[in-house]
Each structure stands twice: as structure tokens, then as C-alpha cells.
Design a protein around this ligand. Structure first.
Ligand SMILES: *[C@@H]1O[C@H](CO)[C@@H](O)[C@H](O)[C@H]1NC(C)=O
Ligand SMILES: *[C@@H]1O[C@H](CO)[C@@H](O)[C@H](O)[C@H]1NC(C)=O
Length: 673
């Protein structure tokens, strides 16, 4: 559970419940509310070993808090108990004089409550130039013929010391805008034209089926270096989606589908015990700089609609949410008091605000809940547990399932895509690929086909915690079940969190999960929801967001290579060439996080001249295999062994005798170890 600073899972749970279950932050995070099926039936919270005492005691403690007011009161009491460090942070909260940013461009930790949610005290935005010192934003211009609209499609151009450059996919969005004003409204004219025409439906699927290549399809095609007609076909077949609510005028369109580059989603959002609007907007800005293709606002704390609105107005990427969180907040956190009308109104409000995809756990059907009874970790999805609790309490079918067609009607008016939730996903290795999980996946397929009938775009969410050998089965079943029966449509894109391939990597779950993510993406998953090092432990800060995203950029790219996407290898080849030719600066600049690469190199060899030395501190001059290879090739060329293999040789930057000072420095360093 991320949503807490609490010392134990048990207390974390209680804090979550204090906020009326709304402190739970589900969707793509697992193991949040550790409800077991029995816990539902007894309507008590199942905790293990508690800071408040025994499991029994904490359950009773909670059960007695019947009224909303009482829950809220206990919540404030808990807040005082659990957040001493937050209060300390409040006191030492003065922005530093240097603009509150360290040398590595990393945001400083600053926690305090937002004073005025209508006019937040935003921090200086993280700067593109600080993070990518040798890069520039460039735009490829293309004209959308049917409308004459000129599109400017962003790329990041990385300049190299040998005069070459490389253009890479760029998610960072327009730079230099005051968050109070929001980003420019890129899609305004596109949408106005459609509204003026009085189109009956605004989804990309609708246009694609009519054979129309929209501005969004063209924009996404340029980003992917593919033919726009191919994008249209993939969207028309339900195999790809372009999440793009017509009210999200700021977003730069992108496409999610197995035939395109693998995308990465970052989650953030405040909770009842931590974070604030300024921090969440900073995490958004930080996420898109580090390559988030989509983001989810999972806020459950104060000011849910306001946090969302600030994020939407400042996001160059599609924003997703889990509307059940806000619906639950509206009924004071009492799950039993939820109903279809509250949920529907929330969905409409969020669609109106510009959310581009909704996680809806409509596949958690009443009949599947008992299937989780023998699980080790029960239902671990927050949204799933809320729906399950409601179904059990009322002995009724999930209202989102019952009213699915009405939801489709709403979605098609805005073009909000469904991200059909996997509320019964496994929360641990023990529960992977079980009956409950696959029962829900089958229902996700049924819901997918119903949405397609309304021209609504769909993707399916997937697990979770799955050991490596059980991953392919997930993908196979999703492909089979989430397609149309006659094979003309689908499969809908799969969107997974991780999966985590082991359970005991707390603190390193971004690594455990990105191993699974690379694997499942290689098999066809189109969108990967990141996991940060804070997973299971607390609410991620901006640095955790960065670590999670970098891990997932690795997973996504590994899959792009495995799938053989055209041009996927260009950046790898460029950095390998720079490495072989000892162009250190280029190696740094071509890597995922240039400043981090440079810092590691400079730890032992900080001198400027070392940036062209034919070795580094790992092997030193004599043992540098790349340097030796170059010698071999030089020798071969001079003495006639082999012909023409001179790549890199001419680039040997300096003669060995010039390296003596580095060798010496390096020897001293070795001795000092
Ligand atoms: C697109 O994806 C489908 C199914 O995933 C695959 O069969 C097809 O070959 C792909 N097409 C291209 C051009 O990559
Ligand atoms: C990127 O390359 C430039 C030279 O082109 C160099 O000055 C700069 O230090 C490099 N960036 C990093 C992070 O090393």
C-alpha cells in the first residue's frame, strides 16, 4: 500500500479506512487493501499483526467507528500519530534560495498541505535542458490534408560530438508554461470542427471505421514513423486505441497497441495522509520528462476534482482515472452507500473535465467473489474490493456491469476509452493465474465486445504478481478472449502492471516488476503501468517516479527490440558506436538518464580529458577490451589480415602515452579501495 507513511501494513490499512476507504489507491497497484473474502462477509477489515494490537482489537476498533463523522475524527487522530515527519517537513518547508532544485535537477522534497487549491503555489517546473543537456526539442511539420491543419509533432533531438544527431520519441510536452495557465490547447480547432459538423459520436474508433484518418491518427503515426492509414486500420480493428477525450485539448495524441512501440504509464495522485496539489503537478511534469506516455491520477485525498483539473490542464499525455474513488468519496467512504446514480454522475463529471480513459472494474461479478476465498492475499485491487464489498453487502450484481451499455453511451459522447479493470488480479505469486482471475478476464472480453458495438475504444487491464513461467498464458488468454468471436476485431490492447515476478523485493519492486513487464510486453502487451521502488511501502515522491519510469523505459524498449519494430535499434546502435569509439559525452547523452551516467563515470575519472580516454575505471587502459579490439583491427589492417574492418579505429581519440595521467589516477583510485 502506497498511501501511507505508517509503520506497518496494519496501521496503513486503518489509515486507508479512516479516509473512508478512499485512502486506498487501487487500480494498477496491487496489495493495497488486503481484504480477504471472509473479511468482506464479516464486513470487517482483515489486518495482520497491528500497531494497534491484535488483529481482533483493530477490527473491533474499526467496526465501532460506525458513522462517517466518527471515521473522519479517528482519521485526524491517526494523522497526528502517524505523520510526525510530515509535521517536521511542514516546518522546514522553506523553498531553497537556488530555486529548490539540486545539481542533478532532482526535485527537492517539500511536503505541506496546499493552502489555496484554486491557486496553488506551484514550484518551478523541472527543466528539459537540465535533464537532457545535449538535446533540443524539434518539431516535424505535417499537413492534415482533409482539414489543412498543420500539425507540429515533437521529437527530442540528441546532438552528438561527431556532428550526427538522433531524434527520439518525446513525451515532455510544451515547455515553459505557467501551470496556473495550463498548456496550450493544441486540439481546440480539431474538436470545434467536429462539433460544428454535429458528429453523432466522437470516438477515434467511430472515425476509423468510417475510413477517416483524424488529426490524432496522423499525429500518432508521425510519432511512430508509420503510415497514418496503418494507424487507422489498427484503431478500426480495435487493436489500438488513441485515448483522447474531446475535452482534453492539451494532449499530444499517441497510440497504444501491440503493433506500435510499447508505452509506459505512470501513476500518482494524493492520498488522505500525504501529498498535495503542488507535488502532484510536479510529479506529472517529472513523469513526462522521464518518458511517461500516459499518467493516471489516483487521488483519493482532499480536493479530488481540483487535483485532477490541475493535472488535466497541464498534461501533454492522456490522463486516466478510477472514477469509483471519487464516487466513494462522495458517499463519505461508506461502500454500502454507493449506487449507480452516484457512479454515473461521477463518470460524467470526469469525462466533462477531460479524462481520457477510465478504469472500471465491471468484471468483478458477484459470482466470482467466492472464488477468491482461498487466496493468500484475497482481493488486492482497491476498485475491485470496493465493488466486491458492495456486491456482497447488497447481494446484487456489480452496478457497473449491469449498466455497462449506459456507460458506453457516455464514453462515446466524449471519446473516453475504457480501461477495463482487473479487480480480481492476483496480489501474490501464490494466487497467480487462478480461477477468479481468469473468470474476470473472460468477462472483460464480453465487456470489450459490447463497448466496440458502441464505437467505444477499449483496453484491458492485466496482472499483477505472476511468476515468469506463468506470464505467457495471461497474454494468450487475453488475446483469445478479448477479441470478437468472428476474429474481425481485436484483440484489444492489454495494459498490465508489471507483473512482479517475485514477491520479496519490497524496496526494489520496480526491478522485480520490470522483468515481468519486459516479458509480457514481448508477448504483446501494449501499455505497461510502472511500479516505483515505493510499491507496497508508501506514496512515491518525484524521485521514485523517476526510478519507476526509467526501469519501465528499459522494459518497454527491450520489448520493442524483441518485437523487431522498425528502427527500434537505432539508439542502441548509436550508443554502442559511441562506446566503441570512446565518445564518452555521446554515451552519456544517448543514455536514458544522461546526468546519472556521467556521474557514475566521473566518480573515478572526473577530469575533462577522461571524456575522450580510451578506457574507463572499470578495466583501465591495459584491460580495455574495446581498446584492444581497436589495436587488433589496426594491426590487421596494417598487416593485411582481413580488409576494411576499420570502424572505430580512426576514432581512437588519444595515443596511449597521453593516457598516463589517467592510468596513474586510476591506479591511485584502485589502491585506495
Ligand atoms: C499487427 O498485430 C497483429 C496481431 O497482434 C499481427 O497479427 C500482425 O501481423 C501485426 N501487423 C503488423 C504490420 O505488424
Ligand atoms: C553531452 O554532450 C556534451 C558535448 O556534446 C557534453 O558537454 C555534455 O557534458 C554531455 N552531457 C552529459 C550529461 O554528459
Amino acid at each position: 500500500m502506497r498511501a501511507t507513511l505508517a509503520p506497518s501494513l496494519a496501521s496503513a490499512l486503518q489509515i486507508g479506512f479512516c479516509a473512508g476507504v478512499s485512502a486506498t489507491r487501487d487500480v494498477r497497484e496491487y496489495h493495497t487493501t488486503m481484504f480477504s473474502a471472509t473479511a468482506f462477509l464479516s464486513a470487517s477489515v482483515h489486518t495482520r499483526g497491528s500497531w494497534l494490537g491484535s488483529e481482533k482489537k483493530s477490527t473491533v476498533w474499526w467496526k465501532r467507528a460506525n458513522s462517517v463523522a466518527e471515521r473522519r475524527r479517528r482519521c485526524s487522530a491517526l494523522r497526528l500519530i502517524i505523520s510526525p515527519d510530515q509535521r517536521t517537513a511542514d516546518r522546514s518547508d522553506q523553498p531553497s534560495s537556488d530555486g529548490s532544485r539540486g545539481v542533478t535537477g532532482s526535485p527537492t522534497v517539500r511536503r505541506r498541505r496546499t493552502k489555496d487549491p484554486f491557486n496553488p503555489d506551484f514550484k518551478a517546473a523541472p527543466r528539459f535542458q537540465e535533464i537532457y543537456p545535449s538535446s533540443e526539442k524539434v518539431y516535424r511539420e505535417v499537413v492534415h490534408e482533409p482539414t489543412g491543419e498543420r500539425l507540429r509533432v515533437p521529437f527530442r533531438r540528441i546532438y552528438l560530438t561527431n556532428g550526427e544527431h538522433l531524434d527520439v520519441y518525446d513525451t515532455s510536452g510544451p515547455q515553459g508554461y505557467d501551470p496556473h495557465d495550463g498548456l496550450p490547447k493544441l486540439r481546440q480547432r480539431w474538436i470545434e470542427r467536429r462539433e460544428k459538423r454535429g458528429d453523432p459520436c466522437f470516438t477515434q474508433l467511430y472515425y476509423a471505421r468510417k475510413g477517416i484518418i483524424t488529426e490524432e491518427m496522423l499525429f500518432a503515426a508521425v510519432r511512430e514513423n508509420v503510415d497514418p492509414e496503418f494507424v487507422r486500420q489498427e484503431v478500426a480493428a480495435g487493436r489500438a486505441i488513441i485515448p483522447s477525450n474531446k475535452k482534453a485539448l492539451e494532449l499530444e495524441p499517441m497510440v497504444v497497441g501491440p503493433n506500435f512501440s510499447v508505452k509506459v504509464n505512470a501513476n500518482f495522485g494524493n492520498s488522505a495522509v500525504a501529498s498535495n496539489i503542488e507535488d502532484e503537478v510536479e510529479k506529472l511534469q517529472w513523469s513526462v520528462l522521464w518518458g511517461a506516455d500516459t499518467v493516471m491520477d489516483l487521488s483519493t485525498g482532499e480536493h479530488i476534482p481540483l487535483v485532477r483539473n490541475w493535472i488535466l490542464r497541464n498534461s501533454p499525455v492522456p490522463v486516466g482515472t478510477v472514477p469509483i474513488y471519487e464516487a466513494l468519496d462522495k458517499v463519505g467512504g461508506v461502500v454500502e452507500d454507493l449506487n449507480w446514480e452516484v457512479f454515473r454522475d461521477t463518470v460524467i463529471e470526469q469525462a466533462e473535465a477531460g479524462v481520457s480513459y477510465f478504469t472500471i472494474h465491471a468484471g468483478v461479478r458477484l459470482a466470482y467473489i467466492p472464488l477468491t476465498a482461498r487466496r493468500l492475499t484475497g482481493i488486492v485491487s482497491r476498485g475491485g474490493s470496493i465493488h466486491a464489498k458492495w456486491c456482497i453487502a447488497h447481494r446484487k450484481e456489480n452496478f457497473a456491469y449491469e449498466h455497462w451499455d449506459e456507460l458506453c453511451e457516455i464514453m462515446r459522447q466524449y471519446d473516453v476509452a475504457f480501461s477495463i479493470g482487473d479487480g480480481l488480479r492476483p496480489g501474490c505469486i501464490h494466487d497467480a493465474n487462478d480461477e477468479a482471475q481468469f473468470a474476470e478476464l473472460k468477462t472483460q472480453g464480453e465487456l470489450t465486445r459490447r463497448a466496440w458495438a458502441f464505437d467505444v475504444q477499449v483496453m484491458n487491464e492485466g496482472p499483477g504478481h505472476v511468476p515468469l513461467h506463468k506470464i505467457p498464458e495471461n497474454m494468450e488468454k487475453q488475446k483469445k478472449w478479448c477479441s470478437s468471436e468472428d476474429g474481425s476485431m481485436g484483440p484489444a490492447p492489454f495494459y498490465t502492471l508489471g507483473p512482479l515476478v517475485i514477491d520479496h523485493a519490497a524496496g526494489r519492486d520496480h526491478i522485480s516488476s520490470c522483468i515481468g513487464a519486459a516479458n509480457i510486453a514481448m508477448h504483446g502487451t501494449a501499455l505497461l503501468c510502472y511500479v516505483t521502488p515505493k510499491e507496497h511501502l508508501g506514496l512515491p515522491n518525484a524521485d521514485d517516479v523517476k526510478e519507476g519510469l526509467l526501469a519501465y523505459r528499459i522494459a518497454a524498449h527491450a520489448a520493442n527490440l524483441a518485437k523487431g519494430l522498425p528502427g527500434a535499434q537505432a539508439r542502441d546502435d548509436a550508443i554502442s558506436k559511441a562506446r566503441f569509439e570512446f565518445r564518452w559525452s555521446d554515451q552519456f547523452n544517448l543514455s536514458l538518464a544522461p546526468l546519472d551516467a556521467k556521474r557514475h563515470h566521473d566518480e573515478a575519472l572526473p577530469a575533462e580529458a577522461a571524456k575522450s580516454a580510451p578506457f574507463c575505471s572499470m578495466c583501465s587502459y591495459d584491460f580495455c577490451s574495446m581498446r584492444i579490439t581497436q589495436d587488433i583491427r589496426k594491426f590487421a589492417a596494417e598487416n593485411g589480415y582481413g580488409t576494411g574492418i576499420t570502424t572505430g579505429m580512426d576514432a581512437l581519440p588519444i595515443h596511449p602515452h597521453e593516457c598516463e595521467s589517467f592510468v596513474q589516477a586510476e591506479n591511485e583510485h584502485t589502491k585506495s579501495l
